[in-house]
Write a protein that binds this ligand. Structure first.
Ligand SMILES: Cc1cc2nc3c(=O)[nH]c(=O)nc-3n(C[C@H](O)[C@H](O)[C@H](O)COP(=O)(O)OP(=O)(O)OC[C@H]3O[C@@H](n4cnc5c(N)ncnc54)[C@H](O)[C@@H]3O)c2cc1C
Ligand code: FES
Length: 281
């Protein structure tokens, strides 16, 4: 059994929800080069698989990066089980294209679902620091799963939480709240949207904002392996062109993304994953 020694040290671990932890990790080279929107590829232990994880925060002076891990399967659960003082084996990055700022003067509404709220934070902070007017809509099944409301409220003039069960904030989907907000604003064309979260959420946001002609960026999460544009695992179609999310993205114009193809490709290894998880349970 691997004991968590030999790699990038975890300086702080904090449980955010029953299935989500925030880790501050010593990674000075990555922290120095990181920009909002970028990610790292992590291998938890020597024989582990490589998983992409967004850089949720970085501190060049302290030499640290922050990641937020939602436990969904074998590797993310293994990561979630690491403790302060232990280490992740490999950490490569920063990878991907940084977030490209909004049109000057635009108001930006950030939408975060699941771990997406953590990935949204550095983007909204960048926009806030650049003087943009920022708001956020956060979605979760219930109150206890909602992430980073407090942090986002420091860089957004308004944070609108939504829960499926109505246990907190608006009862319903983030798209319902977004539609209401766009109608309230009256001039949706002065607005831009950045959505990060589950694929179904990003797809639904893209469909809604296309109706309002609101420019929208999404952070895609296709299967990634090498993170260098070599393996082809993260191939996506954007505006009819082949792109590799690890080097050309992960953020893309939502209205140009072929979501149907992406959903199909992400299901490619579902059977193998299920069998492996069952065998190792
Ligand atoms: C650019 C990017 C940034 C991400 N940032 C974060 C983050 O900040 N926090 C977080 O918790 N999760 C993040 N993810 C998702 C995370 O990588 C997957 O949840 C993780 O790989 C699942 O692995 P698993 O073994 O725990 O689960 P598995 O049971 O192996 O898989 C569960 C699901 O996760 C997806 N997945 C599995 N392997 C990969 C892979 N190599 N690449 C991409 N998706 C995969 C598949 O859709 C799969 O069905 C990000 C993904 C991408 C592409
Ligand atoms: S992860 Fe291999 S090409 Fe992008």
């Amino acid at each position: 059994m691997w004991d968590g020694s030999g790699g990038f040290r975890i300086l702080k671990k904090e449980r955010l929800t029953p299935v989500t932890n925030r880790f501050v990790i010593a990674a000075p080279w990555v922290a120095r080069a990181a920009k909002p929107g970028q990610f790292v590829i992590v291998r938890v232990h020597e024989h582990g698989e490589r998983i992409p994880v967004t850089i949720a925060d970085f501190d060049a002076a302290a030499g640290t990066i922050t990641v937020v891990i939602q436990e969904v399967g074998r590797t993310s659960k293994l990561f979630g089980g690491l403790q302060q003082g232990q280490e992740v084996r490999d950490l490569v990055g920063p990878l991907g294209e940084p977030f490209h700022a909004a049109r000057p003067g635009a108001m930006v509404i950030g939408i975060g679902g699941g771990f997406g709220a953590a990935a949204l934070y550095p983007v909204m902070r960048l926009l806030h620091q650049a003087g943009a007017s920022t708001e956020a809509i956060l979605g979760a099944r219930s109150r206890d799963l909602l992430l980073l409301e407090q942090e986002l409220s420091q860089v957004c003039r308004q944070v609108m939480p939504c829960t499926d069960d109505g246990s907190y904030g608006f009862k319903g989907l983030v798209t319902d709240r977004l539609k209401a907000r766009l109608d309230e604003l009256g001039d949706p064309q002065a607005v831009e949207v950045v959505a990060i979260g589950p694929m179904s959420m990003m797809r639904a946001v893209a469909a809604l904002t296309a109706q309002y002609q609101v420019p929208t960026q999404v952070s895609l999460d296709p299967i990634m392996v090498d993170g260098t544009g070599m393996c082809g695992g993260c191939r996506v179609s954007v505006g009819g062109q082949v792109k590799f999310a690890c080097v050309d993205g992960p953020m893309f114009d939502a209205h140009q993304v072929d979501f149907a193809e992406l959903v199909r490709r992400n299901k490619m290894y579902r059977q193998e994953e299920t069998q492996l998880n069952a065998a190792q349970a």
